[in-house]
Structures are given as C-alpha cells and as structure tokens.
Write a protein that binds this ligand. Structure first.
Ligand code: PEP
Length: 255
C-alpha cells in the first residue's frame, strides 16, 4: 500500500484573475519540480481557465472549490459538474464554510459528490467537528455522521480524497496537534474499514486541514495516518506553499 500524499491549496474567495495568474506563474517553476506527491491548486471558478492554461503540461493539478449537483437549467449563479469536467480534475465538496454559510447539509453534499463523480471529477470531501462539538467530546459521533451519511457508498468508485478539517482550526492559527490529527484520521480510516473494506480504507487518502503552515507541516507528515494537507491561508503565499509541498515530498514522497 502506498498512498500518494497530496498537498492541496484552497484559495477560497481570494485573488482576481490577474492575481491568480500571477500567483500560479510565480509558484510554477519550483512547485513543478516537487516530486512524489500530488500538488493541487483550487482557485476561484473565474480563474480556473486562466490557471489551467498556465499549468498545462506541468505536474500541478487543478481543483474547484465547490460544484452544484444539477447538470443544467434554471439555477442562477451555479456551476455544474459538466462545466468543470473539462477544466479541472478535483473539486472540494462539503467545506465547513459551505456548510456554515451556504446551507450545504449532508443530503446536498451527498448529491454534489455523486454528481461530481458521475462527471469524472475527484471530490476532496471535507469533514470536521466544531469547537463546541469537540469540547463536548462529540468528535467521533460527528465524523461518523458526516462520513457515513455522505458518500456512504462512494468509496467504491475510487478517486475520492477526504479532508479532516476541525472547524476550530480553520483560519484560526490554532492547528490540531499532529497526534490529535493522526488519531482522528485513524478513526475515520477505521470507520471506512468497518463499513466497507480494509482495502478501501488502506487506499483512501485522508488529508488534514486547519492552519497548516510551513512550520507545522513536517510534524503532520511524519504521522502515518495523515496523507497530506488541505491548505487555506498559507496556499496564497507562493514560498510558504512551496515549502509545505517540499517538506511533504521529503518526508513522505513516493518514488
Ligand atoms: C481551508 O480553507 O480548508 C483551511 C484549512 O484553511 P486554513 O489553512 O487557512 O486554516
């Protein structure tokens, strides 16, 4: 079993098209050389085409930050899986900010994952407990609900990536410790092992997300359960994102 680690950058609602082009152009030469891991950037929808053109032929992969579950029709402002399919390989689904501000619940997330996979997009499916749930000792209960309600059967299709992102660690500068993240990701893998199979559990990539920086990535990557990181704030600084990817490659890159 060798799960290829992944470092994915979620640019969130940052960068104009011009900024995105500048950022990826600056990142490209050195990031392209980082081997043994998957490197993904997820700019806003409006910059996908421009970024795609720049990274064409490189080792950097492209992801979107969300997708709607219908293919076409009167859904003003939404973006369908088919629209993304020609542009990018990955799509973030179920990010806590979507859950918190845009009403993405388990049912909607399940529909988005299914629709994305039908269009051959690879979901980066986010799960994670809130501070309140964490402090109440409900982390495992919440993760069980999120993992099993959503995409229950979808591990079978392969290609799905899970990101464990405790809500209290996102954008707060307060990362989970590597031990905490390793233990919780181990719990998610066990859930999949019991619900599906050992083979699926051993092969599914589970990332950690929440205030990952160039200063804490090494500790996280040394943990056996953690297959990489979904990086928010630090992915907007090209030298930080490069350093995160380089350290992940040095510690866990596959040959
Ligand atoms: C995220 O947006 O998924 C994230 C983890 O953000 P940050 O790294 O800024 O905490």
């Amino acid at each position: 079993m060798s799960r290829i680690p992944m470092i994915a950058g979620n640019w969130k609602m940052n960068t104009t098209v011009e900024d995105a082009v500048r950022l990826v152009t600056t990142m490209l030469p050195n990031l392209d050389k980082v081997s043994g891991i998957d490197k993904v950037v997820c700019p806003p929808f409006v910059s996908l085409a421009a970024v795609k053109e720049i990274i064409e032929g490189s080792t950097i992969k492209l992801g979107a930050q969300d997708v709607f579950y219908k293919e076409k029709g009167a859904f003003t402002g939404e973006i369908s899986p088919g629209m993304l399919a020609g542009l990018c390989e990955y799509v973030i689904i179920g990010h806590s900010e979507r859950r918190q501000y845009f009403g993405d619940n388990e049912e909607i997330i399940d529909m988005k994952i299914k629709a994305a996979m039908e269009s051959m997009l690879k979901p980066i499916f986010c799960v994670g407990e809130s501070l309140e749930e964490n402090e109440a000792g409900r982390t495992e209960e919440v993760l069980t609900r999120q993992c099993m309600a959503s995409c229950d059967r979808l591990y079978f299709f392969g290609g799905i990536v899970i990101a464990y992102e405790p809500v209290w660690a996102i954008g707060t500068g307060k990362s989970a410790t590597s031990e905490q993240a390793n233990k919780t990701i181990g719990f998610i893998r066990q859930l999949i092992r019991h619900r599906h199979s050992g083979e699926i559990a051993d092969n599914v990539r589970i990332l950690y997300g929440g205030s990952v920086t160039a200063a804490n990535i090494a500790e996280l990557m040394k943990m056996p359960e953690i297959d990489g990181a979904l990086v928010g704030g630090a992915s907007l600084k090209h030298d930080d994102f490069l350093s995160i990817a380089q350290q992940a490659s040095e510690i866990r890159g596959v040959s």
